[in-house]
Design a binder for this molecule. Structure first.
Ligand SMILES: *Cc1c(COP(=O)(O)O)cnc(C)c1O
Length: 455
């Protein structure tokens, strides 16, 4: 019989004591691995059902060129995503270049001058700062440049500040609408990610207050301005809830659109691309809102019915088909890393046995040199560019230097095993992805060994 400990040692220079710690951690997480398997089973059924109901066939694989009219594959992909996410409609495109782009399309699509954007989960993900205009540059065409009012409600001990949200919903212009922005995943914050259940509660709470507020205002005199806004397609009393769903897809058995969110957005080189989509992003939600977002991707009046897909429909469909399983592999990797590093004395978030709502595992290492070593170790056993040594560097859209381990088939794909860390206290490494648990486990063991120098 093959002695796995010897193989780890011979191929990857993983010491027998590290291998033993790994085996121990794996014994401790047996129950969580079962729970993950159940989630994967549930989500796989959702996805397969959508493939059957939409009669996916290989005629959907052949893409269009030029204007891209009558692309049946593109239309079918939108329907499959919409059905799985419990949404009226979806816009899934290879030329949505990233999650940030998808979210920006939602915000620019829905918000108009004078409207208010309320971020209820604190400062949005770093790359959105310039999109919104929080970063000090002016004149670049951010939302704030276009006259959108931005209000940020910081989290209170990692939870949504309901009092502040209520106050915020009860003030403001009578003629403009409000958009509530919720970031599901922790991003580069050391906090719990929101669950869909919590998102549902926030949305319900906010919509209820907004409705009451608007009804009470209806007793005011009807100014011409208000009358006009009432006639708008998007009614002024409609609170629109947009969720940054990056890293959240298929981690739970529901998506934010199934618990009341009006619009969600994410990246295809994260969870819903299943490690196969080579690029792209998606938006899903209420049909009228998806249409407005599509106008920002293309041009007003030129929405989802155009845009050549070239040859990418098959990869997007196959990736979505694989996604529930691949997300399961990534989740197993995260739980394993949580247990292994907790056993070694580090603070980890979430804890190994905590409910998860994204694929990210945060590990508080506490020292700059350790986050660097951690990321370098992950890179050293990645299938692509294993020989490269990542270094902290400035990245577009990020305020701090960031180190990233990304030995991925698809550039920057973080559904593949990857680790990144902003170079700032408390020096937390964020680990995510792993196309297969077996490969990813090797990376996690190497990372522990790099820091603990075990032998
Ligand atoms: C990844 C991510 C984004 C978008 O990042 P891109 O690199 O633009 O895809 C936005 N929000 C969160 C929480 C993320 O994790």
């Amino acid at each position: 019989m093959i002695n796995i400990t010897e193989v780890y040692h011979e191929y990857f220079n993983i010491s027998p004591s590290t291998a033993e710690l790994a085996a121990e951690a794996e014994r401790q997480i047996a129950k969580q691995l079962d729970t993950i398997a159940e989630t994967v089973r549930h989500n796989s059924m959702k996805v397969l059902n959508a493939f059957l109901q939409n009669k996916i066939s290989d005629s959907h694989f052949y893409g269009t060129t030029g204007y891209g009219y009558d692309d049946i594959g593109r239309a079918a992909i939108d329907k499959v995503f919409a059905q799985v996410f419990g949404a009226e409609d979806a816009l899934v495109r290879h030329n949505i270049i990233s999650g940030t782009h998808a979210i920006a399309l939602c915000l620019f699509g829905v918000l108009r001058p004078g409207d208010e954007l309320i971020s209820v989960t604190g400062k949005p993900y770093d790359t959105l700062e310039k999109t919104i205009g929080i970063a000090p540059q002016r004149g670049e065409g951010s939302l704030i440049d276009f006259g959108v009012k931005y209000t940020q409600i910081d989290l209170l001990a990692g939870k949504v500040d309901y009092d502040k949200l209520e106050k915020c919903l009860k003030t403001g212009s009578k003629t403009s609408k409000k958009v509530l922005f919720i970031q599901k995943s922790k991003g580069y914050d050391y906090r719990q990610s929101l669950t869909c259940r919590e998102i549902g509660e926030i949305v319900q709470f906010a919509k209820e207050i907004n409705k009451k507020e608007m009804l009470s205002r209806d007793s005011d005199s009807l100014t011409p301005e208000r009358e006009k806004s009432l006639k708008n397609n998007l009614s002024y009393n409609d609170l629109i809830c947009i969720v940054d769903n990056c890293y959240g897809e298929f981690v739970e058995t529901v998506e934010p659109t199934e618990v009341g969110a009006d619009l969600i957005a994410g990246s295809l080189i994260k969870n819903p691309g299943g490690g196969i989509a080579p690029t792209g992003g998606y938006i899903a939600g209420r049909a009228e809102l998806v249409r407005l977002a599509s106008y920002k991707l293309n041009a007003v009046g030129l929405g989802a019915e155009c845009g050549a897909t070239l040859g990418l429909n098959k990869a997007i469909l196959q990736g979505f088909f694989m996604a529930p399983h691949i997300v399961g592999q990534a989740l197993k990797t995260s739980v394993f890393a949580a247990q292994l590093f907790q056993n070694a004395g580090f603070d980890v978030l979430p804890l190994p046995d905590q409910y998860r709502s994204d694929i990210i595992q945060a590990i508080k290492l506490g020292r700059e040199e350790d986050v660097i070593k951690f990321c370098q170790a992950i890179q050293s056993v990645s299938p692509i560019d294993s020989f490269a040594t990542p270094q902290p560097a400035d990245m577009p859209g990020y305020a701090h230097k960031v180190i990233m381990a990304a030995g991925a088939f698809t550039q920057g794909a973080s559904i593949e095993l990857s680790a990144d860390a902003p170079i700032k206290p408390p020096y937390v490494a964020y680990l995510q992805g792993g196309l297969t648990y077996d490969y990813a486990k090797i990376g996690v063991m190497k990372a522990l060994q790099a820091i603990k120098a075990l032998n």
